[in-house]
Design a protein around this ligand. Structure first.
Ligand code: CP
Ligand code: NVA
Length: 336
C-alpha cells in the first residue's frame, strides 16, 4: 500500500468499530471473525500512521494485574496506551493470585469506578472471565493458562504483512498444545486460514478450544488439522511456529517434558520440510537449545522480532476498538 492510498484508507466503518466499544477480550471468540479482521486492519493503519492516533485515547486509564512475568505484553500495552494518549497502572500480582485478598467481584466493583479498562495476566482463565463478568468496563486477556489472544492476533498480523491474504497461508505449530497454540487455532479459524498443530500424545490442544475452533472453521472455511508427527505437520507450509515446552507455572514439569518434546524441536532439519519461503515463528521468550535452536531463531527467515514488534501495533488496535477511540479520530483521518 503506498502512502497516498493509506491516507485515503477509511479507518473502520462505525458499524464495525462501534461493535467492539465496551467489549471484553477474554477469548478470541469474543472478537469472532469481524473483530479479528478489524484488529488486523486497524493495526496496519496504526502502524503506518501512528501520529494520527496520538491522542485518540487521551484521558483513558487502564490497570494491569499480572500474576506471571512479562516483557513484551506488559511493555507493548504500556507503550501502546501511552502513544494513544492514555495512562496505565501496573500491579505486580506475582506474590498471590487475584481474588486471594478479597473477592474478585469486589475488586471488579472498585476498578470500574476508577479506570476505563482492566488487563489481566493470570494462571486461571476463570479469573479473567470472572472479572469480565463482574466489571462494567472492558477486560482484556494478556495471557492465561488457556489462551493468549493478543499474541495470536499479532502473529497473524505479522503473517499478513509478509504474505498478504491469509486464506491460503499454511501455518504449522509444533510443540505443546497450550495457550499460544489455542489462540492460534481460534484466530486461524476466525480468519478462514489453514493450520496444522503437531504435539506429543497427551499434550494436544484443549478439546473445547479445538471443538470451538472447528465450529468457527465451518463458517469461515478454515482448515484445521491436529497431528502428532512434526515432519508431516511442517511439510510444505508457509510458517513454522513453536513455543516453550514448559510454560510459566509448569517449571516443575520441565525435566519430564525435556524427555518427551525433543522430536518437536524447531531445528534446521525440521524446518527443511517447510516451503523454501517459509518463515520461522516463536512468541518468545525462547529457550534456545530446547524448543528452538539458535540457527533457526537467528536465521534470515526468522520473524520472531517482527512478531514482537507487531504486539505493539495490535495492542493499540485492541485498545482503540474496545475503548471507543474512533469518536476521537482526527477528522482528516476519518474522512479523508
Ligand atoms: N510473548 C509474550 O507474551 O511475552 P511476555 O511473556 O514477555 O509478555
Ligand atoms: N506458553 C508460554 C507463552 C509465553 C508468552 C507460557 O505460558 O509461558
Amino acid at each position: 500500500m503506498n502512502s497516498q492510498s493509506l491516507k485515503r484508507a477509511p479507518v473502520l466503518p462505525t458499524r464495525v468499530s462501534g461493535t467492539f466499544w465496551g467489549s471484553d477480550l477474554v477469548s478470541t471468540r469474543d472478537l469472532g471473525r469481524p473483530g479479528v479482521e478489524a484488529v488486523l486492519h486497524l493495526a496496519g493503519i496504526m502502524k503506518a500512521r501512528p501520529a494520527d492516533f496520538r491522542s485518540t485515547l487521551a484521558g483513558k486509564q487502564m490497570v494491569m494485574f499480572f500474576e506471571k512475568p512479562s516483557l513484551r505484553t506488559r511493555l507493548t500495552f504500556e507503550a501502546g496506551m501511552s502513544s494513544l494518549g492514555g495512562a496505565t497502572f501496573f500491579v505486580d500480582q506475582t506474590q498471590e493470585p487475584l481474588g486471594t485478598r478479597e473477592k474478585l467481584s469486589d475488586i471488579a466493583h472498585n476498578l470500574e469506578r476508577w479506570v476505563d479498562a482492566i488487563v489481566l495476566r493470570t494462571f486461571a482463565q476463570n479469573t479473567i472471565a470472572g472479572m469480565a463478568a463482574h466489571a462494567s468496563i472492558p477486560v482484556i486477556n494478556a495471557l492465561s493458562d488457556l489462551e493468549h489472544p493478543c499474541q495470536a492476533l499479532a502473529d497473524y498480523f505479522t503473517l499478513q504483512e509478509r504474505f498478504g491474504d491469509l486464506k491460503n497461508i499454511r501455518l504449522a505449530y509444533v510443540g505443546d498444545g497450550n495457550n499460544v497454540a489455542h489462540s492460534l487455532l481460534l484466530t486461524c479459524a476466525c480468519l478462514g486460514s489453514k493450520i496444522r498443530v503437531a504435539t506429543p500424545k497427551g499434550y494436544g490442544p484443549n478439546t473445547q478450544i479445538l471443538a470451538d475452533a472447528q465450529a468457527i472453521a465451518e463458517q469461515t472455511g478454515a482448515v484445521i488439522e491436529v497431528l502428532s508427527d512434526p515432519q508431516e505437520a511442517v511439510e510444505g507450509v508457509d510458517a513454522v511456529y513453536t513455543d516453550a515446552w514448559a510454560s510459566m507455572g509448569q517449571e516443575h514439569e520441565a525435566g519430564k517434558r525435556a524427555k518427551i518434546f525433543p522430536p518437536y524441536q524447531m531445528n534446521q532439519e525440521l524446518v527443511a520440510g517447510a516451503a523454501p519461503h517459509a518463515v520461522f515463528m516463536h512468541c518468545l521468550p525462547a529457550h534456545r537449545g530446547e524448543e528452538i535452536t539458535d540457527a533457526v531463531m537467528d536465521s534470515e527467515r526468522s520473524v520472531v522480532f517482527d512478531q514482537a514488534e507487531s504486539r505493539l501495533h495490535v495492542q493499540k488496535a485492541i485498545l482503540y476498538l474496545l475503548l471507543g477511540g474512533e469518536t476521537r479520530l482526527p477528522s482528516r483521518s476519518a474522512h479523508a
